[in-house]
Write a protein that binds this ligand. Structure first.
Ligand SMILES: Cc1cc2nc3c(=O)[nH]c(=O)nc-3n(C[C@H](O)[C@H](O)[C@H](O)COP(=O)(O)OP(=O)(O)OC[C@H]3O[C@@H](n4cnc5c(N)ncnc54)[C@H](O)[C@@H]3O)c2cc1C
Length: 255
């Protein structure tokens, strides 16, 4: 797990500080060049979906998988740092994806795959030495089980050790339909979430939402904090209700 700092009490008065990046790096390691496959129609964990996975392009979209592929730079980016990375664009969200992966590697190519890039974005890519390839990707090429690159529709081979695809995020709704909680779309086709207000309150009385259900990009730290905040809000309301009830009971007795 990345991006979580935990302080555990170890023995008497001894504290151990675990920085997720250096200590837990071994878990879920992604080897650059690894080609990992999803079965047809399978989606990665966490409600993420490969929006517009390039159908018909053999292999494309099969590179990022069950949480070990680099679709989230904060979760999987460290292992692929300094490799040759290709961004397979799926939507405007992929532009932001490119900025994030550029922090990790100098050699970055943005495959537009028919998505729009305005002049300002092109200038910003140029300023960051991000190459742009507009010819469509036909297939992913692997050699001896390792990712070698992509072949474009004009036959050109472009070597890449890592391919990243931005996912579309969908809050899971199964089993919750009966609550009729309002949902809303995020901009740029990024995903869909349960709408919420302060401390996770919703328009449905007695229902709070927290974590990825309502904040699709929240990681463990932010999700846990949102859960704690919702819990304290619920408890505050219960404490007030208990006091109201006690007062009402007292007034009944004396009245
Ligand atoms: C591949 C991957 C790697 C990640 N790596 C990192 C990382 O390194 N560091 C980091 O900070 N974050 C990471 N994250 C993000 C992290 O997993 C989430 O931010 C976090 O799990 C969100 O917590 P949550 O409680 O909101 O949701 P979840 O952890 O998804 O928990 C929701 C739970 O609700 C259950 N549930 C769903 N519907 C129902 C229902 N109707 N009834 C009862 N239960 C239900 C689900 O089964 C699930 O157990 C990663 C995510 C993915 C997908």
């Amino acid at each position: 797990m990345r991006n979580v700092l935990v302080v555990e009490a170890v023995g008497r008065g001894v504290g151990a500080l675990f920085g997720a990046l250096p200590v837990l790096r071994g878990a879920g390691r992604q080897e650059a060049g690894e080609v990992c496959e999803l079965d047809d129609g399978e989606q990665p964990a966490g409600g993420e979906q490969f929006a517009d996975a390039p159908e018909g392009a053999v292999g494309v979209g099969h590179v990022v998988h069950r949480g070990r592929g680099p679709h989230r730079p904060y979760c999987h980016g460290w292992e692929v740092r300094d490799k040759s990375i290709g961004i397979l664009a799926t939507s405007p969200a992929s532009i932001h994806h490119a900025w994030l992966f550029r922090q990790l590697a100098d050699d970055l190519i943005y495959f537009t795959r028919s998505t729009e890039l305005d002049a300002e974005t092109r200038a910003r890519f140029a300023a960051r030495n991000i190459r742009i390839i507009e010819t469509d990707v036909k297939e992913v090429v692997s050699e001896e089980g390792a990712l070698a690159g992509v072949r474009l529709t004009d036959g050109t081979f472009v070597g890449r050790r890592v391919l990243a695809v931005a996912t579309q995020m969908q809050a899971r709704t199964e089993g919750l339909e009966g609550l009729k909680l309002p949902m809303e779309d995020l901009p740029d086709n990024m995903g869909r979430r349960f709408a919420s207000s302060m401390a996770g309150t919703t328009e449905v009385a007695g229902v709070w939402v927290a974590g990825n259900a309502t904040d699709l990009t929240a990681q463990v730290g932010a999700s846990a904090a949102a859960g704690a905040l919702a819990g304290s809000h619920i408890n505050a309301l219960l404490a007030t209700a208990d006091t109201d009830a006690a007062l009402a009971a007292g007034q009944k007795t004396t009245g």
